[in-house]
Design a protein around this ligand. Structure first.
Ligand code: GUN
Ligand code: ZN
Length: 434
């Protein structure tokens, strides 16, 4: 078919769920992905794909590993400058470092620069889709949507709304939150690859009235997403208990407001009871697991095996700036590390890490019909990885006996310098020239 492009490379993806099947990983040593009009038309052995598409433009990328575009289910756009703010737990980290930084987003020039940089860095890390925690300032949120639209990435995001316990300049009334969110939804939800996510910061900073305003927005715009934080740190959970004496637990604060359904994504859920996990599974609400953030803020270790047992859907998020960077490859390695040191941790291997960095996230943020793996019919969202010359990764890959070894080395050693090309719907959104 005219207009077909073939990328010939070493190909790996997880078209099936490795937490439930043993043959989730599909790999091709000399593989190829063919796409036309942004849609994948074939993935397989290069010999077969080339024979099926004789007129296609073939790009020889056999020096690269091709994987699906990565999906970051929880990342804060204003927080790049606070990456690495050490020595603090969640509530002190927010008060001392992060909320003052977020207050700077009142300055539109600052926000515009931050938005541009943020979307560029996501693409540069191989992230093609993200659920992005936005800014408290409508103009700054508008700037993020403008930059995201230009970037070509699939971004869901929304104005962060709060009416208590933050800083006065970050707080608004529920009516103001409703009005400003409505304007942004009407302008941006469904525009190109963008979607809107209704975003109260967390129950600590939202009254029942504010959560009620969020519910109204979701009712008025039923295809928008919902996102917030939950069960992250012991101090935060104790605070929520005081603020919501009539709710059963932290999950209950969102549940009581009617905010939990299959379009909801809650970040962290480190300290969840079995009952909370059961209710999340029943509501089909997803969790964004953010391992580097949880370690960095000493929040705790994610009970992954219990999420799997209860059938709670979870993807992975970098949670920058509490998280330690925008690399989903590194995030997957940290997920592996913390499960290895946890008593009764979930055993993870390369297939699980690839799934968590890609298809699991796509499912969590409602993109699994479009993206997350390289099955024909899905959009050509993909990343080409290549080790820098003379790097440790190059040495390990040269000797890797099989795909488990190669992927294990990639998750352990590959970072943004290895992301040589990122594509969304076949369009190049990032290239690294050296
Ligand atoms: N809870 C409320 N706000 C935040 C935030 O910015 N980062 C994290 N990790 N947790 C939060
Ligand atoms: Zn967060």
């Amino acid at each position: 078919m005219p207009g077909t492009t073939i990328l010939r490379a070493r190909v790996a993806h997880t078209p099936r769920d490795p937490f439930t099947t043993s043959d989730a990983l599909e790999t091709f040593d000399d593989g190829a992905v063919a796409f036309a009009d942004g849609v994948i038309v074939a993935t397989g052995a290069a010999e077969d794909v080339l024979a099926q598409h004789p007129g296609a433009e073939v790009q020889d990328r056999r020096d690269c590993v091709l994987i699906p575009g990565m999906v970051d289910t929880h990342v804060h756009y204003p927080q790049i400058p606070v990456i690495g703010a050490m020595g603090l737990e969640l509530l002190e980290w927010l008060a001392q470092r992060t909320l003052p930084e977020e207050a700077k987003m009142a300055d539109l020039a600052h926000a515009t620069k931050a938005a541009e940089r943020f979307t560029r860095l996501l693409a540069g890390n191989g992230t093609t889709s993200a659920l992005v925690f936005g800014s408290h300032f409508p103009q700054a949120q508008h700037a993020l949507f403008e930059a995201a639209d230009r970037s070509g990435l699939r971004i869901a995001s929304g104005l962060v709304v709060s009416d208590r316990n933050l800083r006065p300049e970050l707080e608004v009334t529920p009516d103001e939150a409703h009005a400003e969110s409505t304007r942004l939804i009407e302008r941006w939800h469904g525009q190109g690859r963008l979607r809107y996510a209704v975003t109260p910061r967390f129950s600590v900073s939202a009254t029942e009235e504010m959560l009620g305003a969020c519910r109204t927005l979701l009712d008025e715009h039923p295809t928008t997403l919902f996102t917030s934080h939950v069960n992250e740190s012991p101090g935060e959970i104790a605070f929520v208990k005081q603020l919501f004496p009539h709710s059963r637990d932290y999950i209950g604060t969102y549940e009581d407001a009617g905010l939990l359904n299959d379009r909801s994504v809650l970040a962290h859920n480190v300290h969840a009871s079995d009952e909370e996990l059961h209710r999340l599974a029943c509501a089909h609400t997803a969790v964004a697991h953010c391992p580097s953030s949880n370690a960095f803020l000493s929040s705790g270790i994610f009970p992954m095996a219990r999420h799997v047992e209860h059938g709670v859907c979870f993807g992975m998020g970098t949670d920058v700036g509490a998280g330690t960077g925008l690399s989903m490859l590194k995030e997957a390695l940290v997920a592996y590390h913390v499960q290895m040191v946890r008593t009764e941790g979930q055993m993870l291997g390369p297939a699980q890490l690839l799934y968590l960095a890609t298809a699991a996230g796509a499912k969590a943020i409602g993109l699994n019909d479009l993206a997350g793996d390289l099955t024909p019919g899905k959009q050509a969202d993909l990343v080409l990885l290549k080790p820098p010359p003379n790097s440790t990764l190059e040495a390990v890959l040269e000797e890797a006996p099989d795909w488990n070894a190669a992927l294990g080395a990639i998750f352990t050693l590959a970072r943004e310098e290895c992301v040589v090309e990122t594509r969304v719907s076949g369009e190049i959104v990032h290239t690294r020239t050296k």
